[in-house]
Unconditional design. Structure first.
Length: 467
């Protein structure tokens, strides 16, 4: 294959290649994940990352102005898989910022200016997923797709539904029983996606939608989960924006929640390519944080010593863990619904990213997630529970002296606080939003940062006393 862009199997013993216009859920020969690979020698690559600076302030309705306005397509020379710019589907995603969180840093006993939050909740649908969806929908448009689908714990469905309405495609969402936050479900419904609630968890939903995409191609379903390599191309841009905010200097650490492991996989690929192109001198270290109730990566990486090994990782170790899960009828369980996944499809690419970025993996409890979500919000940066796993994980790494208080750390805040408001309200009040009509707490709130509403009579003096 001599084209400038190709899809390539990541299995080093296969390395099958496919044209960029083909649609594959996995390698047709061995079943492994696919990468987007570029022949950079035949593509117009900037000589330095500073090339992109002039595009930040670009606005306008013409195609070039719209692309520069996007925090993904502003870096289009680093994800050049499309044929022409008219194919790009964008809604101004990626206009996110790197926040210096000095008040939070003080609580973590870090030096001022060292803790930074990449707040992806500012995306149009309220989560980082928009970075990947704009790229995946661009490929869907390239191949003439009319129906797009995903399995979701919430954020993916919201983003897919939004982009499907924009691209005038039919959006289809598979969600598990009781496994989606209302803030996210409301978006999928409001944007018009056909929503199927499957009797099972996220893993069951993803298994079924992959079956349909592979075995029932007559249905014309284009899969939008992060097993789709084009999704991860868009998610690389999160790292480009981090570098841009740091004047193209790499931080010491990137910390990210671990669910289906698409983000960490994309980050690893981004730095692999930037290093290959000579656009960065060093690569930051990576920390992936699982919830304890959905800790597959930590179990495999930290406890069973599973490593990338040049792509020849020990698949039997993975299979043994999954078989034990099946025998025990195990299902993931965490309040951080966005990372409630026990069989992450991007596990091999995550192992590669950990290898490339000299990474570590940790897990944190739901209690730690809730406390650090409240702590992060108390100092100005509300986020969904999964995002707070990064801050909780950072505290572990600081206490272990894996991370130093004077190192520069970027925590990825994956989703907006309003994505999962029921968790926030219950933390502060004890009220389950599903029974909010009687406003009766199901249990007494006990968090360190609980901020309960104060009941006051409609009386001026009583109100003044309460103040």
């Amino acid at each position: 294959m001599t084209s400038r862009v190709r899809q390539e199997c990541i299995n080093p013993d296969c390395r099958a290649t496919y044209e960029v216009d083909e649609v594959h859920v996995c390698c047709a020969k061995c079943g492994s994940l696919l990468d987007l690979c570029y022949d950079w020698s035949r593509l117009p690559v900037p000589r330095s990352l500073g090339f992109f600076e002039h595009r930040w302030s670009t606005k306008g309705t013409q195609i070039e102005g719209r692309l520069d306005f996007s925090g993904v397509w502003r870096f289009r020379e680093l994800l050049p898989f499309y044929h022409n710019e008219d194919q790009i589907v964008t809604i101004g995603e990626g206009r996110t910022v790197l926040q210096q969180a000095d008040l939070l840093a003080r609580q973590m006993n870090m030096k001022p200016g060292r803790l930074l939050l990449q707040y992806e909740g500012l995306n149009p649908s309220g989560s980082f997923k928009d970075n990947g969806m704009t790229a995946a929908f661009t490929h869907a448009k390239m191949v003439g797709a009319r129906r797009v689908a995903c399995a979701s714990t919430g954020n993916t469905s919201a983003s897919l539904a939004m982009f499907a309405s924009l691209a005038q495609m039919q959006g289809i969402v598979f969600i598990g029983s009781g496994k989606i936050a209302f803030g996210k479900l409301s978006q999928a419904l409001d944007y018009g996606a056909r929503t199927l609630q499957i009797q099972g968890d996220f893993d069951a939903c993803l298994r079924r939608i992959r079956q349909i995409a592979v075995d029932r191609k007559d249905l014309g379903i284009y899969l939008m989960n992060s097993v789709n390599p084009f999704r991860l191309e868009g998610q690389k841009s999160i790292m480009y924006r981090v570098l841009e905010a740091l004047e193209w200097q790499c931080p010491d650490w990137i910390i990210v929640p671990g669910g289906n492991l698409g983000n960490c996989s994309a980050f690893g690929k981004a730095f692999m390519e930037l290093k290959e192109l000579g656009l960065v001198k060093k690569i930051p270290r990576l920390a992936v944080i699982n919830a304890s109730g959905a800790n597959t990566l930590n179990e495999l990486y930290s406890r069973r010593n599973l490593r990338w090994n040049g792509g020849r990782y020990d698949k039997q170790t993975v299979q043994k863990l999954y078989a034990a899960m099946d025998e025990a009828n195990y299902h993931p369980h965490t309040l951080a619904s966005a990372i409630e996944i026990s069989r992450p499809v991007n596990l091999p690419k995550a192992l590669r990213a950990l290898d490339v970025m000299n990474g570590v993996v940790r897990e944190v409890s739901d209690e730690e997630i809730l406390e650090h979500r409240a702590l992060t919000a108390r100092y100005g940066f509300g986020c969904e529970p999964a995002s707070a796993a990064t801050v909780a994980g950072l505290r572990h790494l600081l206490s272990e002296q894996v991370v130093s208080p004077d190192e520069t750390v970027v925590c990825i805040m994956t989703g907006h606080e309003l994505k999962d408001p029921n968790i926030t309200v219950k933390y502060h009040t004890g009220v389950d939003m599903k029974s909010v009509q009687d406003l009766a707490p199901r249990e007494e709130p006990h968090g360190a940062l609980v901020n309960q509403p104060v009941p006051v009579a409609d009386d001026l003096e009583a109100i003044i006393r309460a103040l």
